[in-house]
Design a protein around this ligand. Structure first.
Ligand code: URA
Length: 255
């Protein structure tokens, strides 16, 4: 009986299959089926409620094979000028950059500012997103930044102690590494590791130190690291190994 349930659980309705793969609304798909535009294993299928096993059945729309993916995971090197949102009336979104996507329910895991570049995970896996974003999990996020203004001598300690970035809002301890200084120490390049994701957090932390971030790029999030071969705007699928590591990383980090 359990085995029968397991087999049935893999099956989904034909209209759900096609809607999830971004081929239209349920009512549009019903109409497509009525017109004979949909076939299953080469045979036209007029019943949108027909159950499909994505692992066994081949679904076609207008003769084009529509492959099914329950979850998708993309690593995007976010470019500047694009917003971390699923829809926006003014700007291009990070989702529109994922041109090969199969699913229509992808979202960015967390937000980078419009002028921030770097690692952004794009998926439709809500459980994984929750594990990575939950304030209780303290997942490390590493940023590279160019900072204008002289850093105070105690900058590292102050970052380590936590900074009050607005009234009553204290950051968790962060690790600051100064990579190099510009002329007269009037600017610097740094790497900062934070364990939360407050609004404009990195920029606000440097403001408290009397400096301003002029370039910001995220290098990693948990176990996932930006692929240096990806130019801004480019993306790739995560490997099975990376997905596994991210899932176990999120679970381990409960403290
Ligand atoms: N901190 C910021 O200030 N901006 C970002 O985009 C990410 C972290």
């Amino acid at each position: 009986m359990a085995r029968v349930k397991e087999i049935m659980a893999k099956e989904i309705r034909l209209d759900k299959y096609l809607a999830e793969m971004g081929q239209g609304t349920r009512s549009q798909i019903k109409e497509m089926a009525r017109k004979g535009r949909i076939s299953v294993d080469g045979i036209p299928e007029k019943k949108p409620e027909r159950k499909i096993d994505p692992a066994c059945n081949q679904v076609e729309l207008d003769g084009r094979i529509i492959e099914y993916a329950k979850y998708e995971y993309y690593l995007l090197n976010k470019p500047q000028g694009v917003v971390s949102a699923t829809e926006d009336s003014r700007y291009e979104t990070v989702i529109s950059l994922i041109r090969d996507r199969k699913r229509d329910d992808l979202f960015p895991v967390g937000r980078l500012d419009i002028d921030t570049e770097g690692l952004l995970l794009i998926t439709n896996d809500g459980d994984l997103a929750h594990q990575l974003l939950s304030p209780k999990k303290h997942v490390d996020k590493v940023y590279f930044a160019r900072v204008d203004g002289e850093l105070p001598a105690d900058a590292k300690n102050r970052m380590k102690e936590g900074l009050e970035i607005s009234e009553g809002i204290l950051t968790l301890p962060a690790d600051l590494e100064i990579l190099n200084y510009g002329q007269n120490r009037a600017s610097s390049e740094i790497r900062l590791t934070i364990r939360e994701g407050k609004f404009h957090q990195v920029k606000r932390m440097f403001e408290v130190l009397g400096c301003s971030v002029v370039y910001l790029k995220r290098l990693s999030m948990g176990s996932l690291t930006l692929d240096e071969t990806l130019e801004p705007g480019q993306y790739r699928l995560l490997t099975e190994e990376e997905i596994g590591e991210l899932k176990s990383h999120g679970k381990e980090r409960k403290a």
